[in-house]
Design a protein around this ligand. Structure first.
Ligand SMILES: Nc1ncnc2c1ncn2[C@@H]1O[C@H](COP(=O)(O)OP(=O)(O)OP(=O)(O)O)[C@@H](O)[C@H]1O
Length: 221
């Protein structure tokens, strides 16, 4: 569950959020965060993930206040950025081990995580040598390993080919079937439309929910 109220965020003289609020209930499944370029979708996701501090406003993730208990709130979520980057000195195997340790995951199955996203052969290569799609797949493996109830995705699948987009589609369906929640910023309604249960619109520094999502809107006759 995401509950945030009255978020304000400026970068220097550029004001991005001016009182943005949203509620994403746990039973909502997949929510798409829509809006034009530069509207503040990534900024919002990064605030929810605890990576950017808002100038004011509150964020609660599964009832945990992000400001007062950031680590506990972060344990409730996994964030897949648009351009997934890892330290060049790290290898996929080390990345997975590092984050498993950070999240205090007991007995993480690193080999299965690598195998699932077909990165076993690249497991000991520098992350710098991975293609954009391979980095996304590593990010997915990481999200899977964290097994968090809330998935935040920023333009997922942009660098994935058709096979891995289909994999991601199934992965998200499975996550929702198991009671998880997904919030994804996207412009690609044609790709993810079937998955989407609700939409939020980020415009002019605020976030609003229309009465009906595209997936639930009856086709025009
Ligand atoms: N760290 C930063 N420093 C300065 N400006 C920033 C920073 N991060 C974001 N911005 C600015 O904030 C605005 C919103 O950016 P953001 O990436 O959140 O938009 P978006 O809705 O995700 O856009 P897109 O659809 O193009 O991905 C943009 O004008 C961007 O240049």
């Amino acid at each position: 569950m995401i509950h945030c109220t009255n978020l304000h965020k400026s970068f220097g003289s550029k004001t991005v959020l001016r009182g943005a609020s949203m509620d994403v209930p746990p039973e909502q499944g997949v929510t798409a965060l829509l809006g034009p370029n530069g509207a503040g979708k990534t900024t919002t996701l990064r605030i929810l993930a605890g990576l950017v501090t808002p100038d004011s406003g509150t964020v609660r993730i599964n009832s945990i206040d992000l400001q007062t208990d950031r680590a506990a709130a972060q344990r409730q979520l996994a964030f897949l950025p648009q351009d997934v980057r890892f330290h060049p000195a790290m290898t996929p195997r080390r990345v997975l081990r590092f984050y498993a340790q950070l999240r205090e995951i007991a007995d993480p199955d690193i080999e299965t995580a690598l195998e699932t996203v077909r990165l076993t052969d690249a497991a000991d290569r520098s992350c710098e040598a991975l293609s954009g799609g391979m980095r996304q797949r590593l990010g997915l493996a990481l999200a899977d390993l964290m097994d968090a109830p809330l998935l935040l995705l920023d333009e997922p699948g942009l660098s994935l080919d058709a096979e891995w987009r289909a994999y991601l589609n199934k992965y998200l369906c499975r996550h929702v079937d198991r009671g998880g929640t997904v919030l994804m910023a996207t412009h690609l309604l044609d790709v993810w439309g079937d998955l989407i249960d609700a939409t939020l619109h980020c415009t002019n520094g605020t976030i609003s929910a229309p009465s009906e999502s595209p997936a639930h809107t009856p086709a025009a006759s």
